[in-house]
Design a protein around this ligand. Structure first.
Ligand code: F6P
Length: 365
């Protein structure tokens, strides 16, 4: 009997449950005997005393591939390398609990760990592997910002959600001859915004990779608004910024969460446009966490299921220290070192950037 521990870490995303189901189903159909367990809330479940673990068998995963979120929960306050800890005076600090985590996983009899998460979680996977744990990574994030894989699961569902919302904003923009600004997630990568711009037909798309000239945004709006006869739909990535500007957001409040909480650039742009004398009425919509919730589209269910079954195969083949990746329509194993080496942003010669420009979308760069 072999034991596998599964963890979902960082922000949730559609498809996590399909990966879990894929791992469990593949293990149950194997000739050897496997037991799969989930650590509740990333690795916090196994660090806690008593440990919070849940047995993942066929009954536990039946039908969950359709469900959003993760049945084993997640957290962005569970990095073992920088674990949030309250001090005697009530203030918070972070401590390194990596070795303790590894010891606890081994003492509980686990032969392998499958860590499902984004770039932050895969950096943790790498650190655990470097310290002697048998780890396999599975890439998740709506941001699609892991360079080793063509797609992370969850991304295409997020793009479907943003596109559906964008379509709705187009008809109301047209009815009122308004400017509609829609802010989407994606952190420092413009993938969600770029895909939405093409799918929805945005007049203006602002992404982190191409800092924008504010005056060009004004000109593009005025030209299309055409004295009140036209309307404009703008998609702006939460990490977008003006040339010589900074990103809009707040520092995270929780110890152990290093990420700036991006958000608000859509409202900032609207305020700046209004005070610059743009005549059109402007409205902003911030989609926020709706982009991460709900049921995964078929593409993501399939990709996530395939990645789950492949991750199990990698455990069987002892391909530790590697992450499943989609490359050229095939699933391969890449080293965690390679997987965490480069952040995947929109390259300036990317075919989709060229596509959007050819379709007439202004990036105002
Ligand atoms: O990484 C996924 C993501 O949804 C980003 O697009 C966004 O910036 C961030 O997580 C939001 O994080 P939180 O859920 O902690 O607010």
């Amino acid at each position: 009997m072999k034991k596998i521990l599964v963890s979902t870490g960082g922000g949730d995303c559609p498809g996590l449950n399909a990966v879990i189901r894929g791992i469990v189903k593949a293990s149950q159909h194997d000739k050897e005997e496997y037991e799969v367990w989930g650590s509740i809330e990333a690795f916090n479940g196994i660090l806690e005393v008593p440990a919070r673990l849940v047995r993942l068998d066929n009954a536990a995963v039946a039908g969950i591939h359709v469900k959003g979120g993760t049945i084993i929960r997640t957290t962005n306050r569970g990095n073992p390398l920088k674990f949030p800890t309250q001090q005697e005076d009530g203030s918070w600090t972070t401590i390194d609990r990596t070795q303790e985590l590894i010891d606890k996983i081994k003492a509980a009899g686990f032969d392998a760990v499958i860590s499902i998460g984004g770039d932050g979680s895969q950096k943790i996977s790498k650190a655990l592997f470097d310290n002697g744990l048998n780890v396999i990574g599975v890439p998740k994030t709506i941001d699609n910002d892991l360079s080793a894989t063509d797609y992370t699961f969850g991304f295409n569902t997020a793009v479907q959600i943003t596109t559906d919302s964008f379509d709705k904003l187009v008809t109301t923009a047209e009815s009122h001859n308004r400017v509609m600004i829609m802010e989407v997630m994606g952190r420092d990568a413009g993938w969600i915004a770029l895909h939405t711009a093409i799918a929805g037909g945005a007049e203006i798309c602002l992404i982190p990779e191409l800092p924008y000239h504010f005056n060009k945004v004004v000109d593009a709006i005025n030209e299309r608004y055409n004295g009140g006869t036209g309307f404009v739909n703008v998609v702006i990535a939460e990490g977008a910024k003006a040339i010589n500007g900074t990103v809009t957001g707040k520092a995270a409040k929780d110890a152990g969460d290093d990420h700036i909480k991006l958000g608000g650039v859509g409202n900032l742009l609207r305020a700046q446009l209004e005070s610059s004398g743009v005549e059109a009425q402007i409205r902003t919509t911030i989609l926020g966490h709706t982009q991460r919730g709900g049921t995964p589209i078929a593409f993501d269910r399939i990709l996530a299921s395939a990645m789950g079954t492949r991750a199990f195969e990698m455990v069987k083949n002892q391909e530790f220290g590697k992450m499943v990746a989609l490359r050229n329509n095939d699933l391969i194993a890449v080293s965690l070192a390679e997987a965490t080496d480069t952040y995947n942003t929109v390259s300036l010669d990317h075919y989709l950037l060229k596509t959007a420009r050819s379709l007439g979308t202004a990036f105002c760069d």
